[in-house]
Design a protein around this ligand. Sequence first.
Ligand code: COA
Length: 198
Amino acid sequence: MVNSRKTDSPESQALGSNSAAVIIRDMAIDDLAPIYHLGEELFTSDLYPYLYRTWDEWEVIGLYNTDPEYCLVAEIEEQVAGFVLGTVISKASWIYGYIIWLGVNAKFQRRGVADRLVDKIVERMIEEGVRFMLVDTDPTNAAAVKFFTRKGFGNIRKHIFLSMNLSKHEQYGRLVAYERDKAERAGKRRSRRPASNP
Ligand SMILES: CC(C)(COP(=O)(O)OP(=O)(O)OC[C@H]1O[C@@H](n2cnc3c(N)ncnc32)[C@H](O)[C@@H]1OP(=O)(O)O)[C@@H](O)C(=O)NCCC(=O)NCCS
């Protein structure tokens, strides 16, 4: 349940054949937990391992703290239907707008909610001087790729992620041996100590 609060230029609009109206508004403090949990439902380890690994409560809290003007919520019938979290990166020659996270509750998908969220964040970014937008996602995320392509994003470049299991690293092995040794020495010290009187 979302508390009533100040809305940012509320834009209520009936969505397609579904009569419920969507309101795009600024994220507020009460939205932190619902957005985090919605992200947990959407960015699953089996579907999108990278998104799953990088999504945590600090993504929501951190961006709400640093970029509140680019943290928007779509509300339908007092429920958080979706969210977009973004930031702006200023370089000498360009100001980039970056959509970091976008998610829509499965029961409200394919009703134009993400469309409205992205339109609003882009509008805000243009007002702030952004002239170039960036977004990334898992290459197998067909819904997102289709969505962003349809919104006008293009020039797709693949970026590879490499990983290493540090439990196989020699430094990790040394650390485990050191900790084991320390625990054994502590155990021996305890057993040498005379038993204290009750
Ligand atoms: C991607 C996502 C945000 C789209 O949200 P949405 O509100 O359903 O999108 P919209 O209703 O605005 O869709 C607009 C268009 O995008 C495309 N699209 C959206 N979802 C699609 C899907 N599942 N399959 C194919 N195309 C899709 C369609 O062209 C759609 O238009 P149409 O419904 O008239 O065919 C949503 O599927 C989602 O939350 N996915 C999981 C999280 C995620 O992957 N986020 C992006 C990376 S951070």
